[in-house]
Design a protein around this ligand. Structure first.
Ligand SMILES: Cc1cc2nc3c(=O)[nH]c(=O)nc-3n(C[C@H](O)[C@H](O)[C@H](O)COP(=O)(O)OP(=O)(O)OC[C@H]3O[C@@H](n4cnc5c(N)ncnc54)[C@H](O)[C@@H]3O)c2cc1C
Length: 435
């Protein structure tokens, strides 16, 4: 029996669910949002860099009251071996603009704020409520959900699945398959608390300025992975993630990798004296374009991480989540206003709109990159970082060896490690995947 009817039910109060619920409610739809966590954000993990442009398209004046940590003025990209890092750094005073482009955030606080906006827009938000089942009619159309609160059905014209990468509803209902170990990364993260002034001193920051470091190399022990350090106001988020299939194939634990990162001579001084208050682990969808499942059907759409909409190459996820949630909501509102039913055919509008957005265009651009890095992970994450470090040290050390001999020795080291053909083949494959 249907207990109550809504225009839309949104499952999950993460970035994608909040974006969808806010957009639909503020455009006049009767929306119910269900979240299994004690409060929005209690189950969610992110580094976390938040990209302002995508939130501005949903809540233009978000800077007035959103809990933002630091706006980013500096990005460091490091290639590490066991004792050193070689980096590309970009810092610009242009990032000290009136409306900064990227901020660090703490998801538990940010999601609570976003959820308050969803309520203010008119949606009904119920936490501590797990959706246990998608309900379908005799023709297979999704017509509502069941929760762990009551036995009855909550009816909806359309159900927005924003249940995150681990979401079981869509997979159990056969709407998409379980993510494969080679298309999801397992990331672990710690929060290191330090006095505000010490963080500013260590990273050369003024006021709310922030700096982030992202690193690849021997820290991932030959697996395809990434380490990160993000500065918040009074804490540093430090984490590392690698593909689940790689963890399964080697005997490294995620925690051991994080310990290795913390004790690396380039990282240790940056977190020295900190108090660790939180440890979290979460999956990240990293299969790229080829892993995107069916995005819509009769009475349902799927958004955010649940739809594998995550750009591992550029380390973006929350912005794809917010954008897919907003676009799905806008498509639904368009259909509603034209009194078009939420059929598979009509909801294909969501995919058309998403295909035209940066979300799918960016994922399609690097569609072969995740698989390439995985296949050749020990070359890209161990051999080349070590060779790069040796080359940089040889170049910088002034010891009376003629430069021509150093260049020959560096070339010989690369050829010895990978052979000429191996080097050319890696370079071609990398260029093809990047193009
Ligand atoms: C360690 C780490 C670092 C990251 N760093 C960054 C970063 O710096 N920048 C960036 O842009 N992205 C980053 N990401 C990715 C980003 O966190 C995700 O892309 C984003 O959170 C996806 O949002 P979402 O709403 O799709 O899913 P989620 O945020 O996971 O939200 C899903 C929600 O659904 C709820 N839910 C699930 N099942 C049910 C159910 N049956 N009933 C009710 N509720 C349910 C969950 O409790 C959860 O609240 C990072 C991810 C990780 C793990």
């Amino acid at each position: 029996m249907i207990e109550e009817e809504f225009d839309a039910v949104v499952i999950g109060a993460g970035m994608s669910g909040n974006a969808a619920a806010y957009t639909m409610a503020s455009l006049g739809l009767n929306v119910l949002q269900l979240e299994r966590g004690e409060y929005p954000g209690s189950k969610n993990v992110q580094g976390a860099i938040m990209y302002a442009n995508m939130l501005e398209k949903i809540i233009p004046d978000f800077r007035d009251d959103a809990p933002l940590e630091r706006h980013l003025v500096e990005q460091r990209l490091w290639v590490m071996d066991d004792t050193s890092h070689t980096g590309f750094h970009h810092r610009s005073d242009h990032f000290n603009e009136a409306k900064p482009n990227r901020y660090t955030i703490i998801r538990a606080q940010f999601d609570k704020w976003f959820s308050r906006k969803v309520r203010e827009a008119g949606a009904t938000v119920l936490c501590e409520t797990t959706v246990t089942e998608l309900v379908r009619d005799a023709r297979g159309r999704v017509i509502g959900v069941r929760t762990d609160r009551t036995g009855g059905i909550i009816g909806a014209d359309v159900v927005v699945l924003a249940e995150g990468v681990c979401g079981l509803l869509g997979t159990r209902a056969g709407l998409r398959s379980m993510p494969k170990p080679e298309t999801v990364a397992l990331a672990v993260k710690e929060m290191h608390f330090l006095p505000e002034e010490l963080i500013e001193q260590r990273f050369g920051l003024n006021g709310d300025e922030g700096c982030v470091i992202e690193a690849v190399g021997t820290i991932s022990r030959g697996m395809a992975g990434l380490g990160f350090l993000y500065t918040n106001k009074e804490s540093i988020s430090l984490g590392v993630g690698c593909l689940v299939s790689d963890f399964a194939a080697v005997s490294e634990s995620p925690y051991a990798l994080l310990e290795g990162l913390k004790n690396h001579p380039s990282i240790r001084p940056l977190i020295a004296g900190s108090e660790i208050k939180e440890y979290a682990a979460h999956l990240i969808p990293e299969g790229g374009y080829k892993a995107i499942p069916q995005l819509f059907g009769d009475g349902w759409v799927v958004v955010g991480d649940a739809a594998q909409l995550n750009n591992a190459v550029h380390r973006e996820g929350s912005n794809l989540a917010m954008t897919s949630g907003r676009i799905a909501a806008e498509a639904i509102v368009q259909l509603k206003r034209r009194s078009h039913p939420m059929t598979k055919r009509n909801l294909s509008l969501y995919k058309v709109m998403l295909d035209n957005s940066f979300v799918v265009k960016d994922l399609r651009k690097h569609k072969d990159m995740p698989a390439l890095l995985h296949t050749n992970s020990s070359n890209f994450f161990t051999t080349y970082p070590q060779l790069l470090s040796q080359a940089a040290q040889s170049f910088m050390r002034v010891d009376g060896t003629p430069k021509i001999d150093k260049e020959k020795a560096t070339t010989a080291a690369f050829v010895k490690a990978r052979s000429r053909w191996g080097l050319v083949s890696d370079a071609i494959r990398l260029a093809c995947a990047w193009r």
